[in-house]
Design a binder for this molecule. Structure first.
Ligand code: 13P
Length: 262
């Protein structure tokens, strides 16, 4: 039984005042929702103010990246301890934009996620193929390789302390969402890799879908057996649409019996 999980990746948007007013709108819109884990991931500069604005709410705070070391001479980087300090519970790692524009490799993602887990941050680890890779019939192979590389050497216990996001690069910011069948095919594949490593506890690991998630498509995506939630970009920085996505995930999650009572 997996609880629905909806996270907003705000990317490089929102000043501090804009971030606070957005989170106030979201907070008011979802305060009665109990059966969904709700997370917002603002830019680093807004984390402290958003943390303050989220006090005593049912929304958790996440960051969009971090470095794999705890402290040191790493100009421009942010450590897991700093994220804990500012109130983060989650951290997105290995997002395709980090891989594509900043050269992040599976090896670095692997280091980062092990450090995050060590310091009790819950990593949301992103994997997914590009359009060229899908068109070449290599989507499964690419995702299998990213899975191997990113999760190398992880213990079963560590796997239970992370969240995986399948984000096909061709669906990110393009308005072209994967069909529920395409999402399920890859989520099922990822769960089969997890099963090889974890056995039956595989049922506890949540796999999110990301890529042009909107209020209009969340329910059909959530209806798939291995889609446990969403990592939302563009639609997460508009209060009303994020609220509707949270609510949409809940309705469908209830219908499919995926909600846990814990
Ligand atoms: P969009 O929802 O804007 O396609 O972005 C998805 C994403 O990258 C979430 O991390």
């Amino acid at each position: 039984m997996r609880k629905a999980f909806i996270a907003g990746n705000w990317k490089m948007y929102k000043s501090i005042p804009e971030a606070v007013s957005l989170v106030q709108v979201i907070r008011a819109g979802v305060h009665t929702v109990q059966d969904v884990d709700i997370v917002v991931c603002p830019p680093f500069t807004a984390l402290a103010a958003v943390n303050e604005a989220l006090k005593d709410s049912n929304i958790d705070l996440g960051a969009q990246d971090m470095y794999s070391e705890t402290e040191g001479a790493f100009t421009g980087e942010i450590s897991p301890l700093m994220l804990k300090d500012v109130g983060c519970r989650y951290v997105i790692l290995g997002h395709s934009e980090r891989r594509q524009y900043f050269g992040e490799t599976d090896g670095l993602v692997n280091k980062k996620l092990k450090t995050a887990i060590k310091f009790n941050l819950i990593p949301i680890v992103c994997i997914g193929e590009t359009l060229a890779e899908r068109d070449a019939g290599k989507a499964k192979e690419v995702v299998a390789n990213q899975f191997e590389g990113s999760f190398q050497g992880l213990t079963a216990e560590e796997f239970e302390r992370l969240i995986i996001a399948y984000e096909p690069v061709w669906a990110i910011g393009t308005g072209r969402t994967a069909t529920p069948q395409q999402a399920q095919e890859m989520h099922g594949l990822i769960r089969s890799f997890l099963k090889d490593r974890l056995g039956d506890t595989v049922e506890r690991v949540r796999i999110l879908y990301g890529g042009s998630v909107k209020p209009e498509n969340i329910s059909e995506l959530m209806a798939e057996p291995d889609v446990d939630g969403a990592l939302v970009g563009g639609a997460s920085i508009k209060g009303e649409s994020f609220i509707q996505i949270v609510r949409g995930s809940l309705l469908e999650a209830k219908g499919s019996g995926k909600v846990s009572s814990s």
